[in-house]
Design a protein around this ligand. Structure first.
Ligand code: FEO
Length: 493
């Protein structure tokens, strides 16, 4: 290929870099254009085999991923979502190979996060004035990221629809907090396709496009990892949304998410699985997570593992040194577990940063209905076990009092404590801790979905709630001003 490049440079006088880019695009991406989904609906996204991390460094990618955009060519031509900013030029060039961009009548933005909206600004430069359909919240997120550009926004709510010709319609379904306030899904009648955006996706590159053609163990492992690490905090919203979608009585032949494989064979299998996962999911598994300085805490971790196996031979036990393991894969194991044990030695009156960082993520993911226990070695002050217990309680785990706190290296008496700790971990199914935070002053309440704090002193004047109104006195039909969930999703602070 190098010879061909030099030949072109000699004949045309264009720069070496430009020719390299041209070859890169032709050879690597030249065939990455549309794939048929059904009838006049095509996939026109970006198959990202090189992606390694996502959401900053918060999500590891092991099997590639995709940003799925869709082109609908009925009486009207509709583009559903775009792809991430780094791939915008390629996306638009590919789109141009398929259609005259000026033929696009409507752009649907199901969600404003830049992995789906990142090509929008470049696209709108080409077709300014094309109407963009999205939620009111998406206007905020799109203008927040790209500035007020005077785009022709048409805001929609659940049940709103637009006619796209040939007897078909697009019906919008708001999906607030699945996983942003602006998220929505779009349902296409006639072909019965639900463009679900992030919901029901996986970070998994499936060149064959469809879930039924994908490698099944990888597909389901990636779907679970995606749910556990991205959607689990919103499980209560999801449960209500699944009921709402069920109530709409939509015939769904295809679920086309914005990442990973498209569900066409028994598409509701992923909906049923989500219903199970959203209901405090757990399997008969215990996961031990730790880090160690001089192997003492590691010895306790392995003693716990052996003891679980001794007391409950059928229970699956997994052990991870968090400084050597993929944090998202470990979270997926926690998602599957009925109980976890977390260990750190004491270091400068605290715990190891590897464990502390992982616990921060554990708290964000809002696992419920699971038990936890703490362990660790210490030389003199020995605070780690108490700190771990508090952090695990804050993360919503039912924390066992039984623990293993070992001075210097674990001895026989410490290993004896493992027995009681494991017995406690294995007993019962675990319930979330509800803190008693009773106080004389009207309490603040926090939305468990988006984190908004209702402060009685301030009220919520925009929603007609006067300053000084206690949370308990707010009408039952009041909703969170950020994400729209009801009072039942708020927790006393
Ligand atoms: Fe795939 Fe929330 O973006």
């Amino acid at each position: 290929m190098e010879g061909a490049i030099i030949n072109i440079i000699t004949r045309t006088g264009v720069s070496f870099d430009l020719v390299k880019v041209m070859f890169h695009h032709v050879i690597l991406y030249g065939d990455r254009m549309r794939k048929n989904v059904k009838n006049n609906v095509s996939w026109i996204g970006y198959m990202d085999w090189e992606l390694e991390i996502f959401h900053g460094d918060e999500y590891s990618i092991s099997n590639g991923s995709s940003q799925n955009a869709y082109l609908i060519e009925e009486g009207k031509t509709v583009l559903v979502d775009t792809v991430w900013t780094p791939h915008r030029s390629e996306f638009i060039e590919n789109l141009k190979k398929e259609i005259d961009l000026k033929k696009i009548d409507i752009v649907i933005m199901n969600h404003g996060e830049c992995d789906h909206s990142g090509s929008l600004a470049a696209l709108m430069d080409e077709i300014p004035g094309t109407p963009i359909y999205c939620t009111a919240s998406a206007v905020k997120s799109l203008e927040g990221q790209y500035g007020k550009k005077g785009w022709d926004f048409h805001t929609v709510k659940t049940g709103d629809s637009i006619d796209i010709g040939n007897g078909k319609k697009l019906v919008f379904v708001e999906m607030r907090m699945l996983h942003w306030p602006d998220s929505m899904a779009t349902y296409m009648t006639g072909d019965n396709i639900l463009f679900s955006n992030d919901a029901f996706g996986q970070h998994f590159a499936v060149e064959e496009l469809f879930a039924d053609l994908a490698d099944q163990p990888t597909l389901w492992r990636e779907a679970m990892k995606y749910y556990a690490n991205i959607l689990n905090p919103f499980s209560s919203v999801l449960q209500k949304k699944l009921k709402e979608i069920e109530g709409l009585n939509l015939d769904i032949d295809i679920i086309a998410p914005s990442h990973g494989a498209i569900w066409r064979k028994d598409p509701l299998q992923i909906v049923r699985t989500y219903a199970k996962w959203a209901d405090s999911y757990k399997e008969d598994q215990v996961t031990v997570v730790y880090d160690t300085m001089w192997e003492g805490t590691a010895k306790i971790a392995h003693a716990i593992s052996e003891e679980v196996h001794r007391q409950a031979p059928n229970t699956v036990v997994k052990v991870y040194n968090i400084s050597k393991s993929d944090k998202n894969d470990v979270m997926t194991e926690v998602f599957k577990s009925k109980a976890i044990a977390v260990g750190s030695p004491t270091v400068v009156n605290s715990i190891l940063s590897s464990v502390a960082g992982w616990l921060e993520m554990l708290t964000q993911l809002k696992f419920r209905g699971k038990k936890a226990a703490a362990f660790g070695c210490y030389g003199w002050s020995g605070e780690s076990v108490k700190i771990l217990q508090q952090k695990l309680a804050d993360a919503g785990f039912e924390v066992c009092e039984e623990n293993v706190r070992s001075n210097w290296n674990p001895e026989d008496e410490d290993f004896a404590l493992v027995l009681a700790m494991v017995k406690s971990l294995l007993s019962g199914d675990g319930d979330a801790i509800v803190e008693d935070t009773a106080s004389d002053n009207p309490a603040k309440y926090q939305c468990e979905v988006c984190g908004y704090v209702y402060d009685p002193e301030k009220g919520d004047p925009d929603s007609g709630i006067a300053p000084g109104t206690p949370f308990e006195s707010i009408p039952d039909d009041w909703v969170c001003p950020i994400c729209g969930v009801g009072k039942s999703d708020f927790k006393k602070m």
